[in-house]
Ligand binder design. Structure first.
Ligand code: FPP
Length: 250
C-alpha cells in the first residue's frame, strides 16, 4: 500500500467541544490531549513514518493568558505521561518552531522527551510549537540572505530544493496528507511551503471526538486519490504500469 509517509494534523475544535457541553475550554483541551495520544498510537499501528501535530501556533499567544498557561502545563504533563507510550512504540520525538518563548517547564519537558527518545527508530513524531508557516519562510529567507551575503551561496543556486533545506522539518518528507478537524477548511499558517502538493482531508468532528477510525478514514481517502504533481492522469498511470513487471509467456 502506498501509505502517506508523513501525516500532519491540525487539531481543531477543543474549545467548541467543551462549550457545547457547558464546560469551560480547558476541558476541551484535556480531552483533546487524549485524542492526540490516540492519534499517535493509531499512526504507529498504521505504519506511518512521520506524524506532525500542530500543537501551538505563533498566533495562539493571542489567547487569554490563563488558557496559554493551561495549554503549556498540559503539554508538559502530556509529555511526561506519554513517555512510556512513546518508548513502547519506538517513537522518536522532536519539535519544530521557536521553543525559546515556551515556559521553562515546557522547554524542559520537551528537551527530556527528545533526549529520552533520540535512539528510537520507529515513527518520527513532531510537535509544532510556537510554529507558523510564514515565520518559518521568513527565518529561512533570512538564513539564505545571510549565506549569500557571506558568499556561501549564489543567488542563482537558490531553487526549491535548496530553499526547503533551510525550513523547519527539513529532515522530514513534506506532508503527504494534512488532516484538519472541526469542519474548518483552511491551513491557518501550517506548513505553507511544504503543503504545496499535500492532500487535504477535512473532518467535521471536533478534535476531542476524533477517534482511531477517523484517522483510518483519512488514510483511506488518501489511498483513493491520484497525485499528479502537475502531470496528466495518463502519465501517472503509465509510471505505475511501467513499474509493474510484464507477464512473460513461455
Ligand atoms: C484547537 O482547539 C487546539 C489547540 C489550540 C491546540 C491543540 C492542543 C491540544 C490538542 C491539547 C493539548 C495537546 C497536546 C498534544 C499536549 P481550539 O481551542 O482552537 O478550539 P476552538 O476552535 O473550538 O476554539
Amino acid at each position: 500500500m502506498n501509505l502517506p509517509k508523513h501525516i500532519a494534523i491540525i487539531m481543531d475544535g477543543n474549545g467548541r467541544w467543551a462549550t457545547a457541553r457547558g464546560h469551560n475550554r480547558f476541558w476541551g483541551h484535556i480531552r483533546g490531549a487524549k485524542s492526540a495520544t490516540d492519534a499517535i498510537q493509531t499512526a504507529v499501528n498504521l505504519g506511518i513514518e512521520n506524524l506532525t501535530l500542530f500543537t501551538f501556533s505563533t498566533e495562539n499567544w493571542k489567547r487569554p493568558q490563563l488558557e496559554i498557561n493551561f495549554l503549556m502545563r498540559l503539554l508538559t504533563r502530556q509529555l511526561k505521561r506519554e513517555l512510556k507510550m512513546l518508548m513502547d512504540n519506538n517513537v522518536r520525538f522532536s519539535c519544530m518552531g521557536d521553543l525559546s518563548r515556551l515556559p521553562n517547564h515546557a522547554q524542559a519537558a520537551v528537551a527530556e522527551t527528545i533526549l529520552a527518545t533520540k535512539n528510537n527508530t520507529g515513527m518520527r513524531l513532531v510537535f509544532a510549537l510556537n510554529y507558523s508557516g510564514r515565520q518559518d519562510i521568513l527565518n529561512c529567507t533570512r538564513t539564505i540572505a545571510s549565506q549569500v551575503a557571506r558568499g556561501l551561496l549564489r543567488p542563482e543556486d537558490i531553487d526549491s530544493q535548496v530553499f526547503s533545506q533551510f525550513l523547519a522539518g527539513a529532515n522530514q518528507p513534506e506532508p503527504d496528507l494534512i488532516v484538519r478537524t472541526s469542519g474548518e477548511m483552511r491551513l491557518s499558517n501550517f506548513f505553507l511551503w511544504q503543503a504545496a502538493y499535500s492532500e487535504l482531508y477535512f473532518c467535521n468532528k471536533l478534535w476531542p471526538e476524533f477517534r482511531p477510525e477517523d484517522l483510518e478514514a483519512a488514510v483511506d481517502s488518501y489511498l483513493h486519490r491520484e497525485r499528479r504533481f502537475g502531470k496528466t492522469g495518463d502519465q501517472v498511470k503509465h509510471e505505475i504500469s511501467q513499474s509493474t513487471p510484464p507477464v512473460l509467456e513461455c
